[in-house]
Design a binder for this molecule. Structure first.
Ligand code: IPD
Length: 263
């Protein structure tokens, strides 16, 4: 039986190689390969290439595990462990030359559903920022040699992050949600990569984060980072557009955010 720490080490090694490739492709220029849900929701050639690399490395290291990737689909495994992969989270940042993008790799067990799985290990590696956030279940969340902890006090109001996604039909509703959270906020950040929003909450760089419509690969590694840093993570019922709501923060702020947003 492989331990969460061993899975974490595999994820760190593969995410580092994948991040190097993403960074290299970025300096060579980025080609947009296609649009996904909307014209604004893009995939680059690099997303596909980086995911292919991760998939190949995981298949070599862990041939019996399942795989769920943003770009190349799912494969069931036999070991009970499934890898959930976003090769480049923050693709629009990546395409625009902003440094806030990350390779996100997590190992989970149980159903491929963020409301039901148990996360075992997770890595959010941001090559252009030179930062690798990692967590293994029961062993804490770490950035290099620093153990991460969520903030527990926000006397000037909470520094919150959110995202509005790439479908303009949902923006009005998301702005309404933002309006409900604002009384708790010191200010708002929109970083553009959900995995980094989650890592930054774990690291105490943000007090909390909420967003509708995230996908399993956006949250798999980052939510484990927050849990292991002493935070609380929620994955709530989808709205009328079928978008589940993610909320993460320290436990007390989490409850206040939940009440403000959901009533
Ligand atoms: C996106 C980013 C973004 C969030 C979107 C995600 P992608 O992931 O995490 O911050 O607002 O909902 O789809 O497409 O860049 O991997």
């Amino acid at each position: 039986m492989t331990t969460p720490l061993e899975l974490q080490d595999i994820a760190v090694e593969i995410a580092t190689e994948a991040g190097d490739l993403a960074l290299r492709r970025r300096t060579e220029g980025v080609a947009i390969a296609a649009s996904k849900s909307t014209l604004a929701d893009i995939v680059t050639e690099a997303d596909r290439e980086v995911e292919a690399l991760i998939r190949e490395r995981l298949a070599a290291a862990r041939p019996d595990d399942g795989f769920v990737g943003e770009e190349s689909g799912n494969a069931e495994g036999e070991s009970g462990v499934t890898w959930i992969v976003d090769p480049i989270d923050g693709t629009v940042n990546y395409a625009f030359g902003m440094p806030s993008y990350a390779v996100s790799i997590a190992a989970v067990t149980g159903p491929v559903d963020p409301g039901e799985w148990t996360a075992l290990a997770g890595v959010v590696h941001a090559p252009a920022l030179g930062e690798t956030f990692r967590a293994a279940a029961g062993h804490g969340a770490w950035l290099g040699g620093r153990r991460l902890a969520v903030t527990t006090d926000a006397p000037a109001g909470a520094l919150l992050a959110t995202g509005l996604g790439y479908d303009s039909a949902t923006h009005a509703g998301d702005l309404e949600t933002l309006g409900r959270a604002m009384p708790l906020a010191r200010d708002i950040r929109r970083i553009g990569a959900a995995s980094l929003d989650l890592a930054f909450v774990a690291a105490g760089r943000l007090d909390g984060y909420f967003e509708r419509g995230l996908k399993p690969w956006d949250v798999a590694a980052g939510r484990l980072l927050v849990d292991e840093a002493g935070g609380k993570t929620g994955w709530f019922e989808p709205d009328a557009f079928g978008r589940p709501l993610t909320i993460v923060a320290a436990p007390e702020l989490f409850e206040r955010l939940r009440a403000a947003i959901l009533g």
